[in-house]
Design a protein around this ligand. Structure first.
Ligand SMILES: [Zn+2]
Length: 388
């Protein structure tokens, strides 16, 4: 068998892989791999294959090519994180083999061999395997873990034995892991979209891609919209420069350039540095387009610091996690006194404080972390940071 013939059978049987497969560079190299596996070369993904290995495959083993495409499209490289490599190898193969026709794979690992549930992602298989590391039972014939058919291995031996049954070579993933994470993620998503956009891509696979690449950060979008709308509302005002020609007495209100949107930051709150940087950058960029500064008031029981951000460099210095007591009443009054013309207020907090009884004539967006107080504010919209 040569790769060309195997490719034809592969594309004929699983046509939704066609575009992504054609996109991937393939290099024959018996020195790099004993079988086949994905790697990176010159900043691009590449599939290395051993010609001797391919030559002994049968035409019905075409699924192994789909196996490679799925490792790429599901970004099994960057998703490794700090995990144990041997267990991750098994977990990823368990996750993808069941997405391909079983008879099209030259061997390979399936969940029933470990008595594990089907249709899980690699992270879940990893967790299940590592949680029960000592008790793992592996049987290539897919036993239920009860009977001993002679092939059954337990604990470390099970992991060792399962390594021998990987469908391919994961050893060269290390080259991909040297590339920047954001690049690997983008490339993986690119391949996933190629597979997904084929009309006949199975629904279950599309669903997996959607879940993996679902746009998170809905809270960032909320902040962007909220900030953007505060700027838009400025347009309703006429300015000192534009006199009303009909009657000079009806001179318009001056634009409140100082702060259409204001940020209140509860420094006792526990918002993460990345989340803080992401949200402040989003706001800063929107305001900067209109040459408006980002004004941040830091508070605990009262406003303790005021910052007018005019350059993104200033944002890098901002941190919270100070702990201690906090209060909303005094900061709220401070805003009323010093910023009477604001249109919108974004409040970063975990909501562990008493709310003021007064009402505000501007809109409030509360940005809260997952472990926020369940006593919700009497006014405004609450948005939870929805990062993993
Ligand atoms: Zn694999």
């Amino acid at each position: 068998m040569d790769l060309r013939k195997l490719t034809l059978k592969f594309i004929y049987n699983l046509p939704y892989f066609a575009e992504s497969w054609l996109e991937l560079r393939k290099v024959a190299s018996n020195s790099v791999t004993p079988t086949m596996g994905v790697s990176a070369h010159h900043g691009d993904f590449v599939l290395y294959y051993n010609e001797d290995y391919v030559s002994q495959l049968s035409l019905n083993d075409y699924g192994v090519l789909g196996h490679e495409m799925l490792h790429i499209a599901l970004n099994h490289f960057e998703r490794l994180k700090e995990r144990d490599r041997a267990l991750w190898n098994i977990a990823t193969d368990l996750a993808i083999n069941q997405l391909l026709p079983k008879e099209s794979l030259p061997g390979g690992l399936f969940p029933d061999m470990f008595n594990l549930p089907k249709k899980q992602d690699a992270e879940t298989y990893y967790q299940l395997l590592s949680k029960n590391a000592k008790k793992i039972v592996f049987s290539i014939s897919g036993g239920n873990g009860k009977g001993n058919n002679g092939n059954e291995k337990k604990g470390d031996d099970a992991i060792k034995e399962a390594q021998k049954h990987l469908a391919d070579d994961h050893g060269n993933w290390k080259e991909i892991e040297k590339l920047p994470d954001s690049f690997v993620k983008t490339m993986a998503k690119y391949y996933a979209n190629k597979i997904k956009s084929c009309g006949d891509c199975p629904g279950a696979l599309s669903e997996i891609f959607n879940k993996l690449y679902r746009k998170r950060y809905t809270w960032i979008k909320k902040i962007k919209d909220f900030t953007g709308n505060s700027v838009k509302s400025l347009n309703k005002y006429t300015t000192w420069a534009k006199f009303n020609r009909k009657c000079e007495m009806l001179r318009g209100v001056r634009r409140e350039y100082s702060a259409p949107v204001l940020v209140l930051m509860d420094v006792s709150g526990s918002i993460g540095e990345k989340e803080l940087a992401d949200s402040l950058n989003a706001m800063f960029n929107i305001l900067a387009q209109r040459k408006l500064p980002l004004v941040i008031l830091f508070h605990d029981i009262e406003v303790c610091n005021e910052m007018v951000v005019t350059s993104p460099k200033q944002l890098e210095q901002i941190k919270t996690n100070r702990g201690g007591g906090t209060d909303f009443v005094k900061p709220f009054h401070y805003v009323q006194e010093h910023y009477p013309h604001i249109k919108r207020l974004i409040w970063f907090t975990d909501l562990y404080a008493d709310y003021p009884k007064d009402t505000a004539d501007y809109k409030i967006l509360w940005i809260v972390t997952k472990d926020h107080n369940n006593k919700l504010p009497p006014t405004g919209e609450v948005v939870e940071i929805d990062n993993e």
